[in-house]
Design a protein around this ligand. Sequence first.
Ligand code: SAH
Length: 456
Amino acid sequence: MKKSIPVKKNSIYKLTATGLSKEGHGIGKIDGFTVFCPGLLPGETAKVLVIKVLSSYAIGKISDLTEISPDRITPTCPAYKHCGGCTLGHLSYEAQLKYKEQQVKDCMERIGGLKDFTILPIVGCETTKGFRNKAQYRFTEMNGQLKCGFFKEHSHNVVATESCEIEQVGVAKIRQAVCEISTELKYDIYNEKTGKGLLRGLLIRASHFTGKFMVALICNGFLPQKEIFAKRLMTVCPEVISVFENINTTRGNTVTGEHFTKISGEDFITDNIGPAVFKMGPESFFQVNPLQTEKLYELAAEYSGADENTSLLDLYCGVGTIGIYIAKTRGVKEIFGVEYVEGAIRNAKVNAELNGVENCTFLAGDTGKILSEQGPSFAPDVIVVDPPRKGCDAVALEQVAALKPGKIVYVSCNPATLARDCKILEGLGYKCEIVRPVDMFPQSGHVETVVLLSCK
Ligand code: SAH
C-alpha cells in the first residue's frame, strides 16, 4: 500500500534542518518525509508553514525560528528579503565555503561512487560583493515608472531593486537610466500571459578590467526609436560603450532570442583574465566572477601540465578562454576548440589573434557531434571540458576517452553532473585524481569544481 504523506498544506510543523539543498534551502524531515525550507540553516529549528506538498517532498516557509545557528548572519543587501538571488546571504561566508566543499565531496562519493581521490580545500573569494559582471533583469511598473529587478524565487513576480550587492559597481546607475529613458519613450512591458507588450528583459555585461559596460534590451518585436534610446543612454552613462537589441517574439519562458543586433557603439566588450585579454559579444558565455576566474583557469592550467609541446583540446570553449589562458601562461603547441554558439566561436578566433596564440582551430557545433564527425587533426595530450550545468553527454564522453589524452581536466559548475560524468570516465579508462572546488558564486548555493583525471 502507498504510504500516506504525513504533512498537509497550510499546516504548521516543527522542522529541524539537517542539510542544505543545492539551491541553498534547508532540508529536514517530518515523520520521515522530506521538507525543503528556504532560509532555514542546518542545525536550526523552526515552526514551518507547509505551502506546497508533492508526492516525494514538501516546501515550507519559516513562521517562527526557534533555534538559531551560530553561522547565521544578517544579510546587508536591502533586496535580500524579496529577491530570490542570494539564497545563502544569511549564512556566514566561512560556513558557505565549508558547505560547498562538503557538497562537492558528497556528490563525488554518493553520485560518482568515487573513493580514491584527493579533495583539496575550496578556493574562496576575497571579494564577496560587487563581483558579478553580468546579469539579466526583468521589468515592472511602479507609479507609472518602469523599474527593473529580478524574479522572486519560484515565481514570475518581479521584485524591483534599486541595486544588488553582488552586481559590479556602476550597474545600478545604468539600470536606472535604462528605466527612465524607457519610461520617457513610452516602452511598455511584455506580459507573459497575453504575449503583448515590448520589454522582456535587460542584459548588462560589465568589464571588470576596463569599467565599461554593454547593454542589451530584449524585446518582443522591434524597438521603436532605438537610436534615440541608445544615444540618450550613452550620453547619461558614457561608460556604456555598446548597445544591442535582441528580438524574441516567441511565447514561453526563454527570455533571450537567438540574434542580437547592434544599435550603437562597439561590437564587443573586452576583459582581462591574468595576462590574457578577451573580447566577447552579448551572446557569448564569459565567467561571471572575473577575479575568481583567474584562480579557476590557473588550476586548470596547473592540472593540464601543459608546456609548448602540448596539444590541447578545449571543449565547450566559449570565447576560447581556457585554452588561450593556458597558452599565454604555459605555452601550447596547438589548440582545437569546440563551442555550440557561433558568435562565441567568432569571438574565440579574434581572441586567439589578440593574444598572439597560433595554431588554433575553433569549430562551432555540438561537442559529441564534432568529435565524432571531424575531430582534431592531432592526438591531444590534454583535453579540457567545461560543459554547462547538464554536464557532458554520453557521446561526448566516449569521444573524449577514445582520443586517449594523457589527462582530462574537467571544469564543472554542477557537482552532481560532474560526479556522474567522472564515474563514466572511470569506466572508460580514466582515474579521478584531484578534485578542487572553487567558489565563483558567493551568496548562492552554486559551486564550481576543477578535476584532474589521468589515463589509467
Ligand atoms: N570554457 C568557457 C565556457 C564555459 S560555459 C569559459 O570558461 O568561459 C559552457 C559553454 O558550453 C557555453 O559557452 C555553451 O554555449 C557551450 N555549450 C553548451 N552545450 C554545448 C554542446 N553540446 N557542445 C558545445 N558547446 C556547448
